[in-house]
Design a protein around this ligand. Sequence first.
Ligand SMILES: [Zn+2]
Ligand SMILES: [Zn+2]
Length: 631
Amino acid sequence: MKVVLPDNSELELPEGATGLDAARAIGPKLAEQAVLVRSNGHVQDLRLPLENGQPIQILTTRDSQDPDALAVLRHSSAHLLAEAVKRLYPGVKIAIGPAIENGFYYDFDFPEPIHEDDLPRIEDEIRREIAEGRSWAREEVPADEARRRFEQEGEPYKVELVGTAQGAISFYTQGQFTDLCRGPHLQDARPIKAIKLTGLAGAYWRGDEHNKQLTRIYGTAFYSQADLDAYLERVEEAKRRDHRKLGRQLELFSLQESSPGSPFWHPKGMVIWNALEDLRRRENAKRGYVEVKTPLLYDIDTYITSGHYENYRENMYFVQGHEGEKPLALKPMNCPGHMLLFGERRRSYRELPLRYAESSTLHRDERGGTLHGLLRVRHITQDDAHVFVTEDQIQDEIHGMVEYARFLYDLFGLDARAELSTRPDKRLGTDEQWDRAEAALEEALKRNEIEYTISPGEGTFYGPKIDLHMTDSLGRSWQVGTIQLDYQMPMQFGLAYFGADNAEHHPVVIHRALLGSLERFIGILIEHYAGAFPVWLAPVQVRVIPVGEDHRDAAHALEDKLEGLRVDVDERDETVGKRIRDAEVEKVPYVIVYGDKESDEALAVRKRGGEQFTLSLDALRAEISERASIQ
Ligand SMILES: [Zn+2]
Ligand SMILES: [Zn+2]
C-alpha cells in the first residue's frame, strides 16, 4: 500500500504498516524523533495502522511549538502524573487526565486532602519516572475485561468510563501503570524535557455539581526547558497585568458581593469608559449611524417573537410586576427593541440603510462560577448597532463595518483576525440567499486585508457571521467583535419597507458590535497596556507635585493653565520622592515637579518610563495635546 507525504510524494509500505513503520521507512532519525501522525487535520497514534492512500504528516520532537505535538507530550505527562500519584498516595482513585490549552490536568479522588506544597514531591516522582525511563504500550481490550480490571484495581471512575466509552476500548501502559485511554501517546518519555505542576483546584466528577468533588492537579510540559521558562515568564507577566489587581491599584473599578458580576465604576474608571463612549459616538456619527434609546424591560411576547424566550431564556432575568400584570424580562440584547422601533411606522427604501446604535445596559445571567472580573460579567454594555438594509446594500454595509473594526483595533495596537462562520445544516432561508450573504462577508474581509479562517457550518440558523478576534501585547487572542447577517428577525417582527417598485419587502438586519462588551474590552485593555494607558485614555494625564507648601499656589495655577487636559495636584504632606513613586505606581504619563526653579518657561517634566526633561509650558501643552488626540 501507499501513503502520501506532505510534499505529495508517495511512500510504499507493507500492508498494515503503522505510522512508526512509515517513519522508519523514511529514516532512523525520524523514527526516533517521531511523536505523532497527523492526517487531514486529525491526530493518530504512531502505533496505529495506516490506510492505503492516506495523507500523513509525521510530527517530531522538533515540532516543539505545534499545538498537536504539544498536546501529545502533555497528555503523556498527565499519565506520568497519575502513575506518580498512585505510587505516592495508596488508596487514591483516578478519574480523567486530558491535555488542555497550555498544559494538562488529572483529576483524583484522594483519601486525605492534599495541598499546594505537596506538588514538588509529586513533581520529583514524575522526574524519577522519566529518569528510570517510561515507554507506552497500546492494547485494545474487550469492555468486559476492561471493567473487570478496573473493578479489581478499585477504580470506580474508570469502571464508569468503560461503561460510557464509545468504540473500541484501549489501554495505554507505562511502567506499572495502565490507563483507559484512546491516545495518542508518545513512544516514550524522553521528549518530555521540562515538566511543572502548576496548581490545584476542585472539580466535580463529569463537571456535574451533584457529583463528588475531586482534586484536579494542573501541570504543563514542553520539549525544552527554555520553552517552559518562557511560558512561566509569560504567566508571571499576565499575573502582574491581571486587570482585577490593576483595577484596584489604579482605582478604576471594584466588584462587590451585593451585585455579583456587575462592576462598580470608580471616577478614574469612568474616564476610560467615557473616552470609549466618546469614541463610539464620534465614529458612529461619521459613518451615518443614528443613536437611539430603547427600554430595558419588555413583556414575554416580545421575547417569544424575537426567539430569545425559546433560545436564551436560561440567561435572562425575569421581573414579576404587580398581581395580574404580565411578567417582564430585562433585555439580554438590544435587537428586540430596535426591531420594535423600526416597525413603529411604515418605512421606505429611501430610509435604508438605517443604522440604529445604542450602548444600553444589558443583563445576562452568567452562572456564578463563570464570572471573572470584567471579562465575564452579568451587567453588559455593548457598542451595539442594528443596521437595516436591502439585499443590494449588504455588500457595501459589511465592507464599511469591517473597515470600521480595523480602524478601531489599529487605534489600540491590537492585531485583528477574523473567523467567518458559514451555513449550518439546520438553517432558514434559500441557498441563493446564503451564497450571496457568505460571499459578501468574505469579500469584505478580503478587501480589508484581514487575516481570516472559515468555520464551515458554524453560522447561526438565521445567517452567516464574522467573529473578530484581536491579539494583545502578550500574544493572547480575544474574541471581541461580531458582525451577523440576519434575514429572520425582521420577518418575525413583520418588518417591511416599500421598495422603489412600490411593493413591500422585508429588510435584512445586520447585528454588529465591534468592541463587544465595554466592560470586557476595558478589562482586555488594562492587561494589554499593563495599566499604562495611552495619553488619550489615561484617567490622569498630568500630575503636578509642588515641592513645598510655598509652591502649592503655583501648582494650582499651572493646573488651570493646562485646562482641557486631565490634571491633578498632589499636595499631600509626603516627600517629593514618595509622591513621584506613587505617580509611577498610578502610571501617570506626565509628572511635573514644581519647585523654586520652575516657571512657565522651564518646567521639570518626568515622562512615564523615567525620561526627564525641561520644557516650556507651551511646548508641554502642545506635546500632550497632540498625544491626547486620536484624530
Ligand atoms: Zn492517555
Ligand atoms: Zn442584535
